[in-house]
Ligand binder design. Sequence first.
Ligand code: SF4
Length: 161
Amino acid sequence: MLKHNLDDLTAEERRLLVGLCIWLARGGEGEFQELRWDNQGTSLWKQVNCQRHGCGGNLCPWHQQCYFFAARRKLNKADIIVVNHALLLSDMATEGHILPSYQRLIIDEAHNLDRTAFEKLGTSFAVEEGLRLLAKLSEKRNGIERGYLASLKARYHQCKQ
Ligand code: SF4
């Protein structure tokens, strides 16, 4: 979705996106932890990372080059999987979308598991997140309509308001 909405990025997000491309061209493996981004980066990351809903999986034309699936292929070949509590909980939250099937796991940093489980698996809603999603759909900036609806309108001129 991001490739259709580059105009919606802030100047800082564009700068980060260029850095992201350079990082990947230099052999970055696509893991967020390597980037050491701040909050602006987190917002951009949510637009470029692998999301369970919206991922085309095998049908995606980028499947073979995809960093997420490359990491997953590596995991599938592993004899031993050591996960930290954060990755384990992310896997649980996505109903097993991240880790391959396993019978036993070695959990690193397990002493943080209960606290992080509350954070990751609990339900919370941040107003900013809702506003960000709404803005993705439609917002007016500098008098110009932006967002997904605006790009649909531009693409399909026959659509009426
Ligand atoms: S396969 Fe990879 S590149 Fe394609 S949609 Fe899914 S996460 Fe994105």
